[in-house]
Design a protein around this ligand. Structure first.
Ligand SMILES: *Cc1c(COP(=O)(O)O)cnc(C)c1O
Length: 217
């Protein structure tokens, strides 16, 4: 498995305004360093514990994205350094991120994770709830900035369903851009569907196994 070859193949296939997050969960520091030494500095993790262990020992100019479900009591461990949180799913979580960001006199950029999957098990905000948060959060939260939306499609081979779900998220993104000019990121697409996601308007893709190979848990 040549990670750098995989990374470069994906990078050259992306449109130039699409950012690639290399999803490094379960991968070793050595694997991450291979990509880092080849010039890639943007990585995504879905577990706080794993993220902080890696952040501590890996180069400090890596931009770490938190892409997975985030518990409020763990925000304090990542508030000092996290580059972007993709998975804000409630106002209470946003409140906690704001509080921890203040301690470091930072403004932490975040995405609202929107429920787009037609299957029932996925995390995320209902669209109305997300819109309400976007319209009101600035009154109370000075240390967070909502800069976009994130979504995960249903895990299915039915690409017409995935496409429909991506189109739903794109519509939300377009609407939110009209409501708030800070909105500029549409985070959707993973190894199996990032090409489709980009066709449907994504400008940030989160790709793990297509770079690193299949994960073994
Ligand atoms: C693991 C994960 C990814 C990447 O998944 P791959 O299929 O390996 O590309 C993307 N987004 C989230 C939220 C993830 O947890």
């Amino acid at each position: 498995m040549n990670l750098i070859e995989n990374l470069n193949k994906i990078k050259t296939s992306l449109k130039k305004d699409v950012e690639l997050i290399a999803v490094s969960k379960t991968r070793t520091n050595e694997e991450i360093l291979q990509l880092y030494n080849a010039g890639h500095k943007v990585f995504g993790e879905n577990r706080v514990q794993e993220l902080i262990e890696k952040q501590e020992v890996l180069p400090k100019d890596i931009q770490w994205h938190l892409i997975g479900h985030l518990q409020r009591n763990k925000v304090k461990y990542i508030a000092e350094f996290v580059h972007l949180i993709h998975s804000v799913e409630s106002e209470r979580l946003l409140n906690e991120i704001n509080k921890q960001a203040k301690k470091y006199t930072r403004i932490i950029p975040v995405l609202l994770q929107i429920k787009i999957a037609e299957e029932k098990t996925k995390f995320g905000l209902d669209i109305d709830k997300a819109e309400n948060i976007l319209k009101t959060y600035k009154e109370n939260f000075e240390n967070v900035k909502i800069i976009g939306v994130m979504g995960m499609s249903t895990f299915t081979d039915d690409l017409t369903q995935v496409k429909r779900e991506f189109q739903t998220l794109k519509k939300v993104y377009d609407k939110f851009q009209i409501l708030d000019k800070e909105i500029k990121i549409l985070s959707m697409g993973m190894s199996g569907d990032y090409e489709l996601a980009i066709k449907e308007g994504s400008n940030m893709v989160r790709v793990g196994s297509a770079i690193f190979g299949e994960r073994e848990y």
